[in-house]
Structures are given as C-alpha cells and as structure tokens.
Ligand binder design. Structure first.
Ligand code: CMX
Length: 145
C-alpha cells in the first residue's frame, strides 16, 4: 500500500487542464470570458490533432476550449455524438514515458506508442475512455527547453 502511494504521488502530479469541446470559439469565448471575468491567455492550433485550442488559467488549473478544424477531428466526432461539453481531463506527469509504461502494465489502454506534441508546449498521450470508466484521460508533460 505504501509503495503504491509513493508511486502515484511521484507520477501523477496534478490536474493540469480540463478540455471542453465547443462548436465554435465565436460563441464559447464570450460565455467563458463572462464566466471567468477574464480573457483567454492563448489561442493555438494543433494541426496534427485537427483542433484549435483556447486557454484560460483559473488558479492552478487551465481550461482548454477545443474547436474542430476539420470534419475528421476527434472533437467534431465527439460533438456530433455527445454534443458540447467536457471532453477530457489532463494530468501532469514527471516522466510521460515512464508513466505510459506503468499504466500499460496496470492494464489501461494507452493510445499512443510514443508521446505526441500537444498544445501549450506539452508532450501528451491519451488513455482510451473505455479503460477509464468513460472519461478520456490525457497525460501531459512540459517540454524541456
Ligand atoms: N470521452 C468519453 N468517451 C469518448 C470520448 C471522450 N472524449 N471520445 C470518444 N468517446 C467514446 C465514444 O463515444 C465511443 O463509445 P462507444 O463505442 O460506446 O460508441 C468510443 O469512445 C470510441 O470512440 P471513437 O470516436 O470511435 O474514438 P476512437 O476510439 O477512434 O478514439 C479518442 C478515441 C477518445 C482517443 C479520440 O476520439 C480523441 O478524443 N482523441 C484526443 C483528441 C484531442 O483531444 N486532441 C487535442 C489535444 C490538445 C491538447 O490537449 O494538447
């Protein structure tokens, strides 16, 4: 029990951001600007993922709005099936390679062979929601340099 506690404390550090799928920034940005009483600090396209992202910082956690940039985007697919809403939770890790290995050994479905480039200067990897009680989990680690 103690060993497990120590491992989890080292590996999963904190909730880094909450991803919210929206149909378009045009409308959602107004809503979230009003809700948070401030503007997003960053907008960034992630071409490899067919998404555009818009970030707010609320205390120690970020909120990432996700807009599809193509019909092939996972965000477009998600919205057509489930509608707008919470898309994923992203947890920051110290060593994404080690964490992917650990979680594979624990029986989770890790969707990437190696980490890929995410938004906001991060390396990212996803766990399939079928292996995490229906919640899409992203692991992320700040890129060095
Ligand atoms: N949350 C919960 N369930 C989800 C889901 C989500 N976000 N997305 C899909 N699902 C469910 C589907 O409803 C489907 O369920 P059923 O089989 O019961 O119908 C199942 O998972 C499979 O869905 P799929 O659309 O066929 O998806 P794939 O297996 O091809 O891929 C997924 C799944 C979730 C990894 C992919 O759709 C996805 O969202 N990838 C992440 C993309 C992303 O967010 N990129 C931006 C990163 C930006 C950043 O943060 O840096």
């Amino acid at each position: 029990m103690l060993m497990y506690g120590v491992f989890y404390w080292i590996m999963i550090k904190n909730l880094e951001h909450i991803g919210i799928a929206v149909k378009s920034f045009e409308n959602a940005q107004q809503v979230f600007d009003k809700l948070f009483g401030k503007e997003a600090y960053k907008v960034e396209k992630v071409a490899s993922e067919n998404v555009s992202t818009l970030f707010y910082k609320i205390g120690n956690v970020k909120v990432e709005l996700l807009e599809a940039t193509s019909d092939e985007s996972a965000i477009a697919k998600f919205i057509s099936k489930k509608g707008e809403g919470i898309h994923h939770l992203a947890f920051e890790v110290d060593d994404i390679y080690a964490e992917m290995e650990r979680l594979k050994l624990e029986g989770f479905t890790v969707l990437n062979e190696t980490p890929k480039e995410g938004a906001d200067n991060k390396l990212i990897a996803f766990l399939h929601p079928k292996s995490t009680n229906g919640v899409l989990i992203e692991l992320c680690q700040e890129k060095a340099g």
